[in-house]
Ligand binder design. Structure first.
Ligand code: NDP
Length: 411
């Protein structure tokens, strides 16, 4: 009997649970495990309230400390899960992967980290070193698909698709992520502040001219007139997929650009300059030890609470330039999503939606054998066509814009 285990019960897990339920004819029974079991129960309640299950099936909820390898492995054994979708905090990525290796379950993760001794990335302070388990996955024949969210994730598949289908040689890959939505709060991140801020507090690395270049955040800006969302500024930013795509396409420039409003930049800059985004503990005059970043997280809105009021759309895509038959070619492969539509369908905002649908597509491709590769893989290592074709069907349609116009990508 097919069974999927979801780890984590936050904003992304909510989307994953709904999408698994909508496709339970392929994925089977559904179990959710997290630190706070009440959040798992609330997710199952919302799945039931929407009548999301495609066919009748069982649910299970479990309290789990996913930092405990033995506990995760025991739960995989108890539920009989063949596929684990990890959408817990990134702190648990290594332990969940280890439990999958021990039990033989396939592992899907929305993060990806390359070896920082080979690439210029500051090692993440939550200590994720997935690549060190590459050999162990291979030896155990365990499928582990890393970076299977939207960015990283779908944008990696966009890049691979554009390079394979539209050009002979690739010269540059520019990933642009614009959230043109509005949540109506003074300030909020769209997912876990600890993780979100980490992306923007360090040196910005880009792969340009065959080497790593370094910039400060908000130092380099571009402006694009994008489909659906219109004209937007975005800033050269560090992101996981720059490292994996640069390793695959070393002759191309690889950059990631994130859109920010002037207001966001102001607030972020103040927080950072005051030292409030630091993960290093400080001691107050009263002798209290406080991690500033944890405090900031505690006072900011819970990203999933933004969902009911969120309006507007996202546009995330890859500008890929290269040469085809001796002539220059540029394509923009992209998706747009609508916050309110995501809320109506699964009770989440658009950022969680774009992050949560792709790992379910990956799970469906593992279940059907197409992506059940028996080793550790990044999304761009795998054939992007079945992935994008499935995403077209389950809520994240891909479009392509080039000299011939702007159209749905039919696969
Ligand atoms: P949330 O912070 O909303 O949810 C994280 C969940 O993990 C919470 O339910 C939390 O439990 C749980 N958790 C934390 N520690 C443990 C533990 N030790 N044991 C069990 N459960 C634990 O995050 P999001 O839903 O926004 O994001 C989930 C993941 O998706 C993150 O890893 C994030 O980096 C990734 N992501 C990827 C994107 C992409 O496009 N690739 C985009 C957005 C997110 P509790 O409620 O008790 O705190």
């Amino acid at each position: 009997k097919r069974t999927v285990l979801i780890i984590g019960a936050g904003g992304v897990a909510q989307v994953v649970a709904h999408k698994c339920a909508q496709n339970n004819d392929i994925l089977g029974d559904l179990h959710i495990a997290s630190r706070t079991v009440a959040k798992c129960e609330a997710i199952i309640d919302s799945v039931r309230a929407k009548g999301a299950m495609k066919i009748a099936g069982d649910f299970g909820v479990h309290t789990l400390d996913a930092m405990d390898v033995a506990a995760v492995a025991a739960l995989i054994g108890q539920t009989g899960a063949q596929i684990v979708i990890n959408v817990g905090s990134p702190f648990v990525n290594m332990t969940v992967l280890e439990a999958c290796i021990q039990t033989g379950a396939a592992c899907i993760d929305t993060a990806i980290h390359e070896d920082p001794t080979k690439v210029c990335e500051t090692p993440p302070w939550y200590g994720n070193y997935e690549w060190k388990r590459r050999e162990a996955c291979k030896a155990a024949g365990v499928t582990a698909i890393l970076g299977a969210g939207f960015d990283p994730g779908v944008v990696n598949a966009f890049a691979r698709y554009a390079v394979d289908a539209c050009m002979d040689t690739v010269e540059s890959i520019d990933i642009v992520d614009i959230n043109a939505g509005s949540h109506g709060r003074y300030f909020s991140t769209n997912f876990d502040p600890e993780i979100n801020f980490r992306e923007f507090t360090g040196t910005v690395y880009a792969w340009q001219g065959g080497e790593w270049t370094e910039n400060r955040m908000f130092e380099v800006m571009r402006e694009d007139d994008l489909p659906v969302v219109g004209r937007h500024k975005s800033y050269l930013s560090g992101h996981d997929e720059v490292h994996s795509l640069a390793a695959r396409y070393p002759h191309a420039d690889v950059r990631f650009w994130m859109g920010f409003s002037d207001h966001y930049i102001n607030v972020f800059t103040v927080l950072q300059n005051l030292g409030l985004l630091s993960e290093q503990p400080v001691v107050t005059a009263e002798g209290l030890e406080v991690v500033p970043l944890k405090l900031v997280k505690a006072v900011l809105p819970d990203p999933s609470s933004l969902a009911p009021d969120y309006t507007g759309k996202t546009c995330i895509g890859d500008f890929v330039r290269g040469v085809k038959d001796g002539k220059p070619v540029e394509v923009f492969v992209y998706n747009t999503s609508d916050h309110a539509q995501a809320f109506a369908e699964v009770g989440s905002q658009g950022i969680s939606y774009t992050a949560g649908v792709p790992p379910v597509a990956a799970a469906m491709l593992i279940a059907s054998g197409v992506w059940d590769v028996g080793h550790m893989a990044n999304v761009e290592d795998l054939d992007p066509k079945p992935f994008l074709a499935l995403l077209n069907r389950i809520g994240l349609p891909t479009r392509i814009k080039d000299a011939d116009g702007d159209r749905a990508l039919v696969l």
